[in-house]
Design a protein around this ligand. Structure first.
Ligand code: ZN
Length: 79
């Protein structure tokens, strides 16, 4: 199960959570203030460069089954 990083918009707390790929973008409670104003950071598995992937996945689109996303590493897909 991959580890995702989250940031709380209320208190600014950063924390990690071990979640399934399906739950990656689901609402998660801040571990510090217990607020729900959190968002996932794209830092561990996916690097942005001007809004484009730098991991060699520029050419793949995630419509449909997204067969190019192995190991939950694709930031384009929420599935
Ligand atoms: Zn918080």
């Amino acid at each position: 199960m991959p580890i995702y990083e989250y940031e709380c918009e209320q208190c600014g707390h950063h924390f990690d959570a071990l979640r399934s790929f399906k739950e990656a973008d689901a609402v998660i409670e801040c571990k510090q203030c217990h607020g729900l104003q959190t968002h996932r950071k794209l830092s561990t598995f996916y690097a942005h460069s001007g809004g484009r992937s730098v991991a060699g996945t520029d050419s793949h689109s995630c419509s449909g089954g997204c067969g190019n996303c192995s190991g939950g590493s694709c930031g384009h897909c929420s599935h």
